[in-house]
Ligand binder design. Sequence first.
Ligand code: AMP
Length: 191
Amino acid sequence: MFNLIIFGPPGAGKGTQSAMLLEKYELVHLSTGDVFRANIKGETELGVLAKSYIDKGELVPDEVTIAMVEDFLKNQEDANGFIFDGFPRTLSQGEALDNIIRSIDSQIDVVLALEVEEDELVKRLLERGKASGRADDQDEATIRNRFAEYNNKTEPLLGYYDQQGKLKRVAGMGQIEEIFDRLCKAVDAVR
Ligand code: AMP
């Protein structure tokens, strides 16, 4: 199994690059944001709960998010490996993921951290908000809150993975294809 985490602030290009990576390396995609949005659309209990946080630009509580990831991974015995996109977002989630992945006799192989300047992130999010209708991408106050959550709770994970020797920082500015090439080089170096 080969498991990678695509990491970065909101708007860094995690979703776009995941779609290309999963095709090339034949991995299963787990985007916790996508799973929450599917639940919101389906008006499930989880969706109603998640929406109350997502609309404010806050992280959904760890217990809820971790339980959802465990549930997803239970039904994936045939997978070659996973791309974790938007998960983990806190140190507790990172530790939980290590335990979950160890329980299936596997490991996180590489963490690809996309680096993008903040002005560019805001521009991308507002553009995506217009195109997709995602409410949390349309409101500047919500976007600012998502950055604050990222800086306070998610960024510490960079140190966590750096200490484990798994962190690869990749420039996330420029054309989609050139960013993809940089990510593939980082993957191929450890695969
Ligand atoms: P994303 O699609 O990854 O940008 O996520 C959209 C929103 O879903 C985030 O702003 C959070 O409110 C919530 N979310 C997604 N993934 C997580 C996670 N791993 N932990 C907590 N909240 C999350």
